[in-house]
Each structure stands twice: as C-alpha cells, then as structure tokens.
Design a protein around this ligand. Structure first.
Ligand code: SF4
Ligand code: SF4
Length: 96
C-alpha cells in the first residue's frame, strides 16, 4: 500500500484560506465584551497568556493590560481566569 501513496507534491489542493489569519477579525463574533478594572488588576498576565486570540496586550508604559477588540471574540476566558476579578463581561450597546 505504501508504494501507492502520493507525495504532498502530487496531492490536489484542498481548502486554502483566501487570506491570512490576521485578516479574519474574530472581534466580529462577540456578543459579550470584557470590561477591565485597572484598579483591581495586579498585572499577573494570566489573562494575556490564556486569551485564545492573543487579544490582550500588556502596556508596560501605562502598567495595565489593553484589549484588541478587532480580535477579542468575547469568549470570557480572561474574565473567568482573572483571580482578582479585574475583568467582567458585559453586553455592549448595539451601536458600538
Ligand atoms: S488576569 Fe486579571 S490581574 Fe492578571 S493581568 Fe489580567 S486583568 Fe490583571
Ligand atoms: S473575551 Fe476571550 S478573546 Fe476576548 S480578550 Fe478575553 S479571553 Fe481574549
């Protein structure tokens, strides 16, 4: 059987994304949006490490985390994992 297998060069094209993953703005998916309480944050970066979209960035100058809402899909993992409850999830206004 192995003698009849095709190499990757001989395989047909399958599903190929028409654009890079960075062009898929997963922020369009969200229903809930994280709300950040800077006063409670202790800067542990657990939220940034666990965000599946890499949408949380540490701003060293400001000493706080920032959210990239183009990619935040509203999953709520950051809010769930923050041990000091510095992030909560809210339903944004439809106009936002
Ligand atoms: S997990 Fe909570 S305390 Fe830690 S950096 Fe994120 S918001 Fe701040
Ligand atoms: S809600 Fe989900 S996607 Fe958005 S910042 Fe939190 S962990 Fe990341």
């Amino acid at each position: 059987m192995s003698g009849q297998e095709k190499s990757w060069k001989e395989l047909m094209f399958a599903a190929v994304s028409p654009k890079p993953s960075t062009d898929f703005l997963t922020g369009d998916w969200k229903t809930f949006k994280p709300v950040y309480d800077e006063e409670k944050c202790v800067g542990c970066l657990q939220c940034a490490m666990l965000c599946p979209e890499g949408a949380i960035i540490w701003n060293a100058t400001a000493g706080k985390v920032e959210f990239n809402f183009d990619y935040c899909k509203g999953c709520g993992i950051c809010a769930n994992e923050c041990r000091v409850k510095a992030i909560s999830m809210s339903m944004p206004d439809k106009e936002e």
